[in-house]
Design a protein around this ligand. Structure first.
Ligand code: NAD
Length: 347
């Protein structure tokens, strides 16, 4: 499953998913390059193992851990266009590439600033153009469950979304805002990169990844913090009856690595738990874990997105011979422990 004889590249490696992946790859003996503009991500000084040994090699280019990790603080669009001065360093022949850099930003950004999200189209187009020239051994593209047709996720008739609900060459449907459109296009480019240029590419469609370190703009950590403060009533956005499929970040990373090893033709695999849980249930679970019984109160004027988005995980199980191992109770318990630390820091 691992391919660590050549350095890996992680774009967006300082973001939520990227930091988890980076730490996992380092454990598995990879050398790494990270490219991140830190628009959202955290500086590696704050989280990278071995961060006490840092050297700046060129403006904005840092070496950590005696060269085990190279961090390029810059825009991935510039990196892919060779517009970043690497000083004395040369770009290596990469083994695995994990393209995670994207404008994501949660529901407020997806609905509130859709053209900012459309920058992802430029990022992805440049990524695949770079990749077919540089021919890394394998490339994983982070798509999203937002690529699925929104008409399968309404109040009436929501279904467990399966990979075949998006048919390139057949029914594509209407993805969720510019975010979903750009992910759908990115998947198409991954297929083209394989079919026309022979590149090993794979796509993942994560559902709602969550975890201890996630930013408070995301619902799970923010509801957890409100529960840790024993807010009563405990609020949820919208009616609270809208549901998602929550999957812990450690399971997401395991699944992503397995997908990269199992798929080479640019096709996509869901990463989900297969369970639909609405936000009232999320709030109730955090309250129960916290040991109190508040009223759960909807805040109707907030953006909520589609009504019900959850995965059919039969293809995932078949292709990966694996399914998520961290139960929602275990995962939310971990998030709640961190929420208490955040509360103690005055957040
Ligand atoms: N977290 C999830 O549940 C989830 C679900 C579906 C898909 N995804 C996808 O996984 C990837 C990672 O998501 P995340 O949750 O870690 O998001 P994130 O916002 O935490 O991370 C994205 C990272 O990309 C960086 N970035 C943004 N634009 C950049 C640019 N032009 N050049 C260089 N770096 C740039 C940001 O600074 C950030 O560190 C994204 O592609 C996202 O669409 C995530």
């Amino acid at each position: 499953m691992f391919n660590n004889s050549n350095p890996a590249l992680v774009t967006g490696g300082c973001g939520f998913v990227g930091r988890h992946l980076t730490r996992r790859l380092l454990k598995e003996g990879y050398q790494l390059w990270i490219v991140d503009d830190l628009s959202i991500g955290l500086h590696p000084d704050e989280w990278l193992p071995g961060n006490d040994k840092r050297k700046e090699i060129a403006a904005g280019v840092f070496e950590y851990d005696d060269g085990g990790v190279i961090f390029v603080h810059g825009d991935a669009r510039d990196f892919f266009s060779s517009r970043i001065d690497l000083g004395t360093l040369e770009e290596p022949a990469f083994g695995d590439v994990f393209h995670f850099a994207a404008v994501v930003g949660g529901r407020l950004t997806i609905d509130g600033n859709p053209l900012a999200v459309a920058i992802d189209l430029a990022l992805d187009a440049l990524c695949f153009n770079w990749a077919v020239q540089k021919t890394p051994e394998r490339l994983l593209y982070a798509s999203s469950s937002a690529a699925y047709p929104v008409d399968l996720q309404g109040e009436d008739g929501a279904v467990a979304l399966k990979e075949s609900d998006i048919e390139f060459g057949g029914r594509l449907g209407q993805p969720d805002m510019t975010y979903g459109w750009s992910k759908l296009t990115g998947e198409y480019l991954a297929r083209i990169a394989h079919q026309h240029y022979g590149l090993h590419t794979a796509c993942v469609r994560p559902f709602s990844g969550y975890g201890e370190e996630q930013d408070l703009t995301y619902p799970v950590p923010s509801i957890a913090l409100r529960a840790a403060k024993r807010e009563a009533p405990l609020t949820v956005w919208g009616s609270g009856l809208q549901g998602r499929d929550f999957v812990h970040i450690d399971d997401c990373i395991e699944a992503a690595l397995r997908v990269l090893a199992a798929v080479n033709d640019g096709s996509a695999v869901n990463i989900g738990s297969g369970k639909l849980i609405n936000f009232r249930e999320v709030a109730r679970l955090f309250a129960t874990l916290e040991g109190y019984e508040p009223e759960i109160k909807p805040v109707e004027d907030k953006p909520v997105g589609v009504h019900s988005r959850y995965a059919d995980i039969s293809h995932m199980k078949e292709v990966l011979d694996w399914e998520p191992t961290i139960s929602i109770e275990e995962g939310f318990g971990r998030v709640l422990r961190v929420a208490h630390e955040r509360k103690a820091q005055g957040l």
